[in-house]
Design a protein around this ligand. Structure first.
Ligand code: TRP
Length: 449
């Protein structure tokens, strides 16, 4: 493959913002807080922190190392690492499957992001005082869901067809700072409202009895893999556009750290907001548990915004803008996985490839929207709970066993500093044996329970 024909990020900060843009998404803003609230508060936060750095970070490094060495999409990358027929078969199966999983995740993610976009449009229409428009966007219907998902899909395709530097990097560097500002402003606002402290307590005080609960471990691992976009080749393909002089252990740690920090901050917003809502008489429990998932975002919080006399519309607008930004910088990283494969393996140019794949993925989104009850949960479970950890294990094994020693040595020479030196001593044996075993053990425990 010609080096010059591939894109490249223009700077470290460009890459870090794009990769954290991928990582920071709906998973952080509502997955993490509700998982924490439902799994012993601070106990979940503590276990998550440990798992993020002990299991997810080494697995992320496996993707970054493979991506940067092979400079290719996940399929060609793994194929290039294989040295004999059986491993080549394993490489093709893993790579092809990962591309499918990335597309399927994008399929359901687009539907959910469409709901977010619909709420954002409703909030904008309310601020502009267009009641019939805001009513249409605020009320669920198949027509609304398909229209707003289509709008989101078009935005995703437009960014990806712009390429690495003019699409992905440009929009990530614009949107990520906006996201952080919105998040901090909303936290400041919610924490000053009556009732917020009860939420803060639930979120931060650990329920020690839950710490060794196997269900907690499994949810924390799943959350970490989803949140860091692992196990489908997104981080791998982003790293394939990274300058060869960048210090991988350091950028990997930055991505893990920022993603975890944003998840933690989102908890400071969402959980207290629920208790503020409770003060206003809004129901926040269902069947003894705190309401989680779509109902939290699309019922509880809108009800809260609706009850805030003066600022409600603007706060709703800020909140859904935050979610929409988080979703867009994530969805572009998912679309890049199949698009990179198409651009590198077929004669298609990036523009047409992005549109064609975007349309195919949207067909899947429409199918999930039309047959929501049987399909949605199934696709989420198969892709995120089963496929991501399994492909993640395979990627650790490829990084640990199939990358030639000379290449790892080159990597060691490229990174400087004592911490990096220590990293390259510990990581290779760790990713070869310990990491796959630990992921497998946690995964199997989830199957048993
Ligand atoms: N990490 C993102 C989130 O937290 C979602 C995401 C982006 C993702 N790319 C991915 C999840 C690849 C799984 C695989 O919302």
């Amino acid at each position: 493959m010609l080096q010059g024909s591939r894109g490249e990020f223009s700077s470290r900060i460009g890459f870090v913002l794009a990769a954290t843009g991928s990582a920071v998404g709906l998973g952080n803003v509502w997955g993490f807080p509700t998982n924490a609230a439902g799994n012993g508060g601070g106990a979940f936060v503590a276990i998550y922190l440990i798992l993020a750095f002990v299991l997810a970070y080494p697995a992320l490094m496996a993707e970054l190392v493979i991506g940067r060495h092979t400079r290719a999409n996940i399929y060609s990358a793994l194929e290039g690492l294989a040295s004999n027929a059986p491993t080549r078969l394993a490489a093709r199966l893993t790579g092809g499957y990962a591309v499918l999983v990335a597309s399927a995740i994008l399929g359901f993610y687009t539907l959910v992001a469409g709901w977010v976009l619909a709420q954002l449009c409703a909030a904008i229409a309310r601020v502009l005082d267009w009641p019939s428009m805001s009513g249409w966007f605020a009320t669920a219907s198949l027509g609304r869901d398909l229209a707003s998902a289509a709008l989101f899909a078009v935005l995703t395709v437009l960014v990806v067809s712009g390429g690495v530097r003019n699409g992905i990097e440009r929009w990530s560097t614009r949107l990520m700072p906006a996201l952080l500002i919105l998040l901090l402003a909303l936290i400041g606002y919610v924490l000053t409202q009556p009732g917020a402290l009860a939420g803060l307590r639930l979120y931060l005080v650990p329920d020690i009895a839950r710490i060794l609960d196997p269900a907690l471990l499994v949810s924390a691992l799943g959350q970490a893999f989803f949140s860091l976009s692992l196990g489908v080749g997104t981080m791998l393909v982003y790293a394939s556009y990274l300058d060869s002089k960048e210090n991988l252990p350091v950028v990997g740690a930055m991505i893990t750290g920022i993603d975890t920090l944003v998840a933690f901050l989102a908890g400071l917003l969402v959980i207290p907001a629920m208790f503020v809502a409770q003060r206003q008489g809004i129901e926040i429990h269902a069947g003894g548990e705190l309401i989680a998932g779509p109902d939290l975002i699309f019922q509880v919080l809108p009800a809260l915004f609706g009850s805030m006399a003066q600022w409600g519309d603007l706060v709703a607008l800020a909140f859904f803008a935050l979610l929409a930004i988080a979703a867009l910088t994530s969805s572009i990283s998912m679309l890049e996985v199949p698009v990179a494969l198409a651009v590198e393996k077929t004669p298609l140019a990036r523009g047409p490839a992005s549109w064609l794949i975007g349309i195919a993925v949207f067909a899947a989104t429409a199918l999930i929207a039309c047959f929501f009850d049987p399909l949605f949960g199934l696709v989420v479970t198969v892709t995120t709970e089963y496929s991501q950890p399994l492909v993640g294990i395979a990627l650790c094994l490829f990084a640990g066993w199939a990358i030639h020693r000379d290449r790892l040595l080159a990597e060691i020479r490229a990174s400087q500093g004592e911490a990096a030196g220590l990293f390259w001593k510990i990581w290779p044996p760790y990713v070869r044996i310990v990491c796959p075993l630990l992921i497998a053990a946690t995964f199997l425990q989830g199957l048993i329970h």
